[in-house]
Design a binder for this molecule. Structure first.
Ligand code: HEC
Ligand code: HEC
Ligand code: HEC
Ligand code: HEC
Length: 427
């Protein structure tokens, strides 16, 4: 009896679902042509997740490529926009990344890119002129002031605002941006075509955002991220009058949705989104360039080899047998092999946490300093050079504070001394 009623219920549910599916299919064919908006931004040099921990394994350009091409095959009219702040912090390796990022963006084909402060750090000369950089509040700059797009039977204008107050004032490369004012908005309005929809890519203060909101002139305002913490993602931007949608930081998520939808949805780029193969050659090339940069630095570093402050774990064995044994069986003693396994044992951005004293007169390379490979005693206890000369007078550092030099952010989101220390405990 019970069984019977359950199965008739499930039959009803099935019918209902089939009905809904039918409506959905009819609906889908009708609204198919409606523009579909996809938004990225705030990559901040995080071109690929490091893979240090599952919880932090999000983002990257390759997954973005797959998500985008899936949406492009589902929806005939995708309008893909980018809020900028894509470049890394300035460094020699950062320059290589910046090239990769811009080459990748050319293949991902955004309609518009708003350059953020991270792009400005490198100067406008580094911005690829074949990419659609957009700055509507600039004076005498070679970038687009407004980008119009005929899409899914709708005409869209994309405007872009970057507040001058956020930018470093470099005399040789001044931002030449004007702050929002009534006359700026009027000037934009006078250049606008009638009958268009308008979207603003925005990076500025909440007061500035309210000026644009009060104008009532934009159908949608999308905000670049003001958040640095990838573990506590913030996706709203609060003004006096409204909550605006703010892109997740470090490229970990995209916005997507039909142009008519009130709110776009966030799509987090987790490992279930495969890597887009069209970008693979760029990443292979980048790895080769990083390797060359690493090896060229090595020649300079070799001179420092004599000055090294670190002695390596083998030296400790005789006097601290138990500590050495527990270290040997921990994952720390394998940390460089991990990088070799993922093809990254030459990348300075990875080595800093996977070996002893990288760029601090310690590890140079597996060949030159094999005794300093992996995470070892001296990563936590500090240099033991004086200690081995005179153990009683020079005890090494008490090491409890050391963990968070490496177990930080998305590299170790679930780190907690009380659960991690017991796994590697020794005396
Ligand atoms: C800020 C320090 C830091 C940096 C930089 C770093 N790692 Fe890690 N990595 C860690 C820590 C800490 C763990 C262990 C995380 C845990 O288990 O909580 C780890 C673990 C890993 C693991 C997982 C090992 C396993 O078998 O589960 C991989 C793979 C890895 N890192 C690769 C990389 C790569 C590649 C880079 C450079 C792109 C990198 N790491 C940069 C700190 C770092
Ligand atoms: C020649 C023997 C010897 C060698 C080699 C040696 N130690 Fe020690 N270590 C000692 C002695 C002795 C003490 C003091 C023990 C005590 O006070 O109970 C000590 C104490 C320590 C302590 C505890 C300090 C504290 O605050 O109590 C640490 C940590 C330590 N050693 C790390 C190392 C490391 C790392 C190495 C290798 C780089 C090393 N030791 C090599 C003999 C040695
Ligand atoms: C991941 C960091 C880490 C590594 C690697 C590490 N230690 Fe420790 N070590 C610690 C911490 C934390 C303590 C505990 C300190 C405390 O109890 O406050 C400790 C305690 C010790 C003590 C005992 C000090 C005491 O008085 O309790 C010795 C000796 C020691 N370590 C030696 C070594 C040696 C030798 C190695 C390498 C073979 C090593 N450690 C590797 C973090 C580390
Ligand atoms: C120099 C950077 C560094 C420091 C300092 C460091 N770790 Fe680690 N830790 C790593 C890396 C890298 C890994 C991953 C190694 C691998 O699997 O390749 C790791 C892995 C671990 C793991 C294994 C995680 C697991 O799930 O099995 C534990 C536990 C751990 N660390 C505890 C600690 C503790 C506790 C401290 C401080 C006392 C500490 N670590 C200090 C870099 C560091």
């Amino acid at each position: 009896m019970k069984m019977h009623s359950v199965s008739s219920l499930s039959l009803k549910v099935t019918r209902l679902l089939l009905g809904l599916l039918g409506t959905f299919l009819v609906g889908a064919t009708l609204v198919n042509a409606e523009p579909y908006i996809v938004v990225s931004g705030d990559l901040r040099g995080e071109i690929k997740p490091c893979g240090c921990a599952e919880e932090g394994d999000m983002g990257g350009l390759q997954r973005r490529g797959t998500a985008l091409s899936n949406w492009r095959s589902e929806h005939p009219d995708v309008m893909y926009l980018d809020l900028g702040n894509n470049f890394p912090k300035p460094s020699a390796q950062g320059k290589l990344k910046l090239d990769l990022i811009q080459q990748a963006l050319k293949l991902l084909k955004p309609v518009a890119i708003l350059p953020g402060p991270y792009e400005w750090n490198y100067g406008q000369a580094t911005w690829d002129t074949f990419l659609p950089y957009l700055l509507s509040n600039a004076i005498d700059l070679p970038w687009s002031q407004v980008i119009s797009q005929e899409i899914g039977g709708e005409r869209w204008e994309i405007w872009g605002y970057v507040t001058p107050s956020l930018l470093y004032q470099n005399e040789n490369d001044p931002p030449n941006l004007v702050p929002v004012s009534d006359s700026l908005i009027q000037q934009w309005q006078s250049q606008s075509q009638p009958g268009t929809k308008r979207l603003l890519l925005f990076r500025g203060t909440s007061v500035e955002a309210d000026r644009f909101l009060q104008s009532g002139w934009f159908d949608r305002i999308l905000v670049g991220s003001t958040n640095d913490d990838e573990l506590n993602q913030v996706t709203t931007f609060t003004t006096e009058t409204q909550l605006l949608q703010m892109i997740p930081t470090k490229g970990q998520g995209l916005y997507h949705g039909f142009s008519s939808s009130d709110q776009l949805e966030v799509r987090w780029l987790r490992p279930d989104t495969a890597d887009w193969e069209s970008l693979t050659p760029l990443f292979t090339n980048y790895d080769q360039e990083v390797k060359q940069l690493f090896l060229s630095g090595l020649k300079r570093m070799q001179k420092l080899q004599q000055e090294t402050q670190f002695v390596g774990a083998t030296v400790c064995t005789t006097c601290h047998t138990q500590a050495h044994q527990s270290w040997k069986s921990s994952r720390h003693s394998n940390a460089l092999a991990t990088l070799t396994r993922v093809g990254k044992d030459f990348d300075p951005e990875c080595l800093q946490c996977h070996v002893v004293g990288f760029q601090q007169k310690g590890f140079l390379s597996s060949q030159l300093t094999p005794q300093l490979a992996n995470v070892q005693c001296e990563n936590c206890h500090g240099s033991a050079q004086e200690h081995i000369k005179n153990p009683l007078n020079h005890p090494p550092l008490e090491a409890r504070q050391s963990c968070v030099n490496c177990h930080v952010g998305s590299h170790s989101p679930s780190f907690n001394l009380s659960t991690y220390w017991p796994k590697i405990q020794h005396k």
